[in-house]
Design a binder for this molecule. Structure first.
Ligand SMILES: *Cc1c(COP(=O)(O)O)cnc(C)c1O
Length: 430
């Protein structure tokens, strides 16, 4: 595969941006070669500056559940942008997207639009603290919630429950307000609650953790979180920035039938434009300014172009059997790869749910971050390289999940399966 144009553009980009990128994982640091500079997308395929064609399973890291350049999204965005990009006032389109979501999601009664997943989570945490008057929060190792100061935190060393920051520039006092626990472990949760329950404003979790591999939790663990939060007056936040509108229209909450107190969304909700959202009961949301004392604002929040993209995208997700078809396709896709790998005795599995899948180089079921072997990332690096040569694009890290979109046809998936199986032969030397 030619990468001359991408290589050249990347050299140039390094003069402008740290590491040549505007978001770190785009830099291809854990796979080989320069990142591909993409110039166009159509359906499930994208085209880079060297005119390579790629079947895309990254889908802009999740937002593109309808694939690239969806006609209805493009048309409504074009029509809207012709009237101006932003007014800093409420708009009819904002109402329409709000209504569409609230009429079809039983888990939120009132919402606020923001411009990214990070902003949604940051605001949700502030709401939880503002509403409870408590300061500490609990998060789980292996969940990503955007680059919010108090959430760029990992478990402290030894027996310390208080977190250590994972980024420079975060005051210790912030990290100390975050307690970090292992996923899928009710005993560890119980232990911490016994001593700290009265200080804890909220527990935040990705109900379907999909930013560090796909760490599918036991439903009983999520139910346990729900019950403990009720018991101790702690608010439960489901960060559904990835799982929202992905695992069904009502996301993971709908899938598991669990009502969290606050929900955060992003990615799919903007139809490929920058939109995030958080929501809760009417009562809880009344704490948000201008109704309440928790301040949160945004110059470009709910700007009409982003609302148009979101509206046109979300509306299509309500079509009959949309999610059923997408899940069936994903099952079809993963089963074929799994059967091939099994027939060859390759040590791998493809954990999947809805239209999210992950390539795990182990046969074990993995529910916690510490179960992922770093050595397996070498295998992913080879796989990624081989797939690029054959025209299949996965996110450039073995910790990233893949997404199947409505634009992937059975023929596209068959083509991808064949290319993936050939690549696996190289990875395993089969
Ligand atoms: C992507 C993601 C975020 C951050 O969203 P951005 O739009 O990148 O700021 C937060 N939480 C989860 C679960 C995510 O997957």
């Amino acid at each position: 595969m030619k990468r001359e144009q991408s290589a050249q553009l990347f050299e140039e980009a390094k003069q402008y941006f740290p590491g040549g990128v505007n978001s770190p994982v785009r830099a291809f640091k854990s796979v080989s070669g320069p990142p591909l500079f993409i110039k166009r997308g159509e359906g499930c395929r994208m085209y880079d500056e060297d005119d390579n064609e790629l079947i895309d399973f990254c889908c802009s890291w999740g937002p593109l559940i309808l694939g690239h350049n969806n006609q209805k999204v493009r048309e409504l965005v074009t029509e809207t942008v012709a009237r101006g990009t932003s007014f800093g006032t409420p708009t009819r389109l904002g109402n329409e997207l709000g209504k569409l979501i609230l009429e079809n999601n039983r888990f939120v009664e009132k919402i606020r639009f923001v411009s990214s997943g990070t902003e949604a989570v940051m605001s949700a945490i502030r709401l939880a603290r503002g509403a409870t008057g408590k300061q500490k929060i609990i998060k789980f190792e292996g969940c990503y919630h955007g680059h919010v100061d108090s959430l760029l935190v990992k478990a402290g060393s030894g027996l310390a429950t208080f977190g250590e920051s994972t980024s420079a520039g975060i005051p210790d006092v912030f990290a100390k307000e975050t307690l970090v626990l292992p996923l899928n472990n009710p005993e560890a949760l119980d232990k911490v609650l016994q001593t700290h329950a009265d200080d804890i404003a909220c527990i935040i979790i990705e109900p379907i953790p999909a930013n560090n591999g796909l760490l599918l939790q036991d439903k009983s663990f999520l139910e346990c979180l729900r019950l403990k939060c009720y018991k101790y007056g702690i608010l439960l936040i489901f960060d559904e920035v990835i799982s929202g509108f992905r695992i069904g229209f009502e996301g993971a909450s709908g899938h598991y039938g669990i009502q969290p107190d606050i929900l955060t969304y992003g990615k799919i909700i903007g139809g490929g434009m920058p939109v995030g959202m958080y929501g809760a009961s009417r009562e809880l949301m009344s704490h948000i300014a201008p109704e309440g004392a928790v301040y949160q604002a945004g110059t470009l929040s709910a700007n009409p172009v982003a609302m148009a993209a979101g509206y046109a995208a979300i509306q299509q997700l309500l079509e009959d059997n949309f999610y059923e078809k997408l899940t069936n396709k994903t099952n079809y896709f993963t089963q074929q790869i799994q059967s091939y790998a099994d027939s060859k005795g390759y040590e791998m599995t493809l954990p999947h749910i809805g239209s999210i899948f992950w390539v795990a180089f182990t046969k074990e079921r993995i529910t916690r971050a510490d179960q992922i072997e770093t050595a397996s990332m070498e295998k992913f690096k080879v796989l990624h390289h081989e797939l690029l040569q054959r025209g299949v694009y996965l996110g450039p890290s073995g910790y990233e999940v893949g997404f199947v979109s409505a634009a992937h046809t059975e023929a596209d998936l068959d083509e991808a399966v064949q290319k993936i199986c050939e690549s696996l032969d190289v990875v395993f030397g089969g």
